[in-house]
Every structure is written in C-alpha cells, then in structure tokens.
Design a protein around this ligand. Structure first.
Ligand code: PRT
Length: 134
C-alpha cells in the first residue's frame, strides 16, 4: 500500500506543473489548498455514505479518490509519505510501550494557567490504550 501511495505521490509531484486544462492535479494546484481540502472532504463523505450503504465496491473506488486527493494535499502542504509512515511507526512503538506500562491511569499535571487550559487536554497515549482495554 505504501509503495502505491509513494508512486502516486511522485506522479502528483510530476503533474503539478502540467497544463491545468488537461491535468486535474495541475488544476488542483492552480486552485490552491482550499480547493484541495474541499475535494478531500467531499471524497471522505462519499466513502462514509457508500460504507453506510454497504456498497463495498463504491467504498473501494471512493477510497482511491480519497487517497489521491489526500496525496495532492500532502504535496501542497510539503508533507511526504515517509513523514506520515514515521509518525505511524512512532505511534505503533508508543502503543507497544503502553502495553508494558502500569495499568493505573497516568496522573496528568494540573493545568497551571488559563492559556494552557484553553488548549485541548493532553491525553497520554497510554491512557487511551488503557481506556480501550476497559
Ligand atoms: N490517481 C489519480 C486519481 N484518482 C482520482 N482522480 C480524479 O479524481 C476524480 C474523483 O473526484 P470527483 O469524483 O470529485 O471527480 P468529479 O466527479 O469529476 O468532480 P470534479 O472533481 O471534476 O468536480 C476522478 O474523476 C479522477 O478524475 C485522479 N486523478 C489523477 N490521478 C493520478 O494523478 C496523476 C496525475 O494525473 P493528472 O492529474 O491527470 O495529471 C496520475 O498518476 C493519475 O493516475
């Protein structure tokens, strides 16, 4: 799977500077990140609808469209597939470590200032894994 995405990423990079009249990818780059984001969101919704309707063939087709539009957005944001694989490996390793942590939920430090309080609560990966087990 990662090989296919990496090949697609290289194809998207190669298409970026083609003629927008004939290349959808070049057209998406010409129209910018907000159009790319809109297309990605549309595809995600199409996958959801087809999955809820139990149409697995359509889920396959729309998932390919979703991954294409995600790859375009990655390229636009300067994200490479290997950046995402590295983060996924980090989480996999962290979850592995979590399995070996004491089962009691971690006591997170009390929030000091209102500015910090406004941020999303930091939930340690281990406690999410612990929650899943109960
Ligand atoms: N992998 C894809 C790919 N997957 C999906 N799509 C396009 O994305 C569309 C799916 O989104 P939509 O359903 O919204 O498309 P739509 O219904 O035509 O509506 P609009 O997007 O036109 O508004 C498909 O119709 C395809 O045209 C793709 N277009 C290009 N690629 C690859 O990207 C590379 C560059 O191709 P060009 O963009 O054609 O240069 C090549 O390797 C291509 O194989």
């Amino acid at each position: 799977m990662s090989d296919s995405l990496e090949r697609l990423y290289l194809a998207v990079l190669a298409a970026r500077d083609l003629d927008p009249a004939t290349s959808r990818t070049a057209r998406l780059f010409q129209r910018g990140p907000s159009k790319m984001a809109k297309k990605l969101a549309e595809e995600a919704i199409e996958v959801v609808i087809d999955a809820v309707n139990g149409d697995s063939e359509a889920v396959i087709r729309e998932s390919a469209d979703l991954l294409y539009n995600l790859t375009v957005l990655w390229a636009s944001a300067g994200v490479r597939p290997e950046d995402v694989w590295r983060e996924m490996t980090r989480r996999e390793d962290m979850l592995g470590i979590a399995e070996k942590l004491p089962k009691s939920p971690m006591k997170l430090p009390k929030v000091a200032s209102p500015r910090v309080a406004a941020r999303r609560p930091i939930v340690a990966l281990e406690s999410r894994a612990a929650r899943k087990r109960h």
